[in-house]
Design a protein around this ligand. Structure first.
Ligand SMILES: [Zn+2]
Length: 261
């Protein structure tokens, strides 16, 4: 440990300046989530995230048994396209049904949405499926994947600056590399989950599905036999919390409701 006081001050100053520069860069890289107006840290470009998401989607498509032509597969397409149409976004939305008996659904940056056959045990009506797909589309629309990677990168960067004063030299690229590794698989935060529920019911309402169906869906989940939560819920808020949050935003969503023509 260098105890020479004449060097202690400049080193601290360098560290403070580096942190200030990082903070300035972070503050300059903000985005606003659609509908909610929540401020988001966005250090990852949308094109970059979409490219990563599309690559991951290709990998999923080679590994998972995709089902086409069945009534359920057609419903996924129909509901997906109907909701995609009201997003007014540039994403190339693509919807896939995976032939596995697990209650799972996820979306990737760029617009690939995957629904698993096992989900139909809980999403028993078309509006209930719309609640699932609306929620997944909301994750993409609000750029939650990029936000996750940005937060991870900023955390790494902060650690890096602290580390460099200790003689370590992690780079920004390493920070992004680490974030990128986790980008696709890291669970969404609770904030993002609640936000996707809120945006999701707005989207389904705009597409002509009654947003109350979202509550039905989560009630079905709550009554699910067994104590193991469905896979895509494991990092999610509890069903009770979730239903309470959806109820809170139901009136807002109903303002967007357009009966299907
Ligand atoms: Zn989610």
């Amino acid at each position: 440990m260098d105890m020479n006081p004449s060097f202690a001050f400049p080193r601290t100053l360098v560290m403070i300046l580096a942190l200030a520069a990082t903070l300035a860069a972070i503050l300059a890289a903000c985005a606003e989530a659609p509908y909610t107006g929540r401020q988001q840290l966005m250090l990852v470009g949308d094109d970059q995230a979409s490219e990563m998401g599309n690559q991951a989607a290709q990998e999923v498509l080679t590994k998972e048994p995709v089902v086409t032509g069945t009534p359920q597969a057609q419903m996924v397409q129909r509901v997906g396209q109907r909701i995609a149409a009201v997003t007014e976004s540039q994403y190339k939305w693509q919807f896939h049904l995976v032939g596995k008996d697990v209650p799972n659904a996820f979306a990737l940056p760029g617009g690939h949405v995957f629904v698993y056959e096992g989900l139909f045990k809980y999403a028993r009506t078309e509006p209930q499926l719309a609640a699932v797909i609306g929620h997944e589309i909301a994750h993409v629309l609000a750029r939650h994947g990029s936000e996750r990677m940005s937060v991870a990168a900023a955390t790494q960067l902060g650690t890096g600056i602290a580390g460099s004063t200790l003689g370590l030299s992690p780079t920004v690229m390493e920070a992004f590399g680490i974030a990128a590794n986790y980008g696709v698989v890291m669970p969404y935060s609770r904030t993002q989950e609640s936000e996707s529920d809120r945006i999701g019911i707005i989207l389904m309402a705009k597409a002509g599905y009654p947003p109350e169906a979202s509550i039905e869906l989560w009630q079905n989940m709550m009554q699910a036999p067994g104590d193991k939560p469905p896979a895509f819920l494991s990092t999610h808020p509890s069903d009770q919390q979730r239903i309470a949050n959806i109820r809170k935003h139901l009136a807002e969503a109903q303002k967007y409701y357009q009966p299907a023509r």
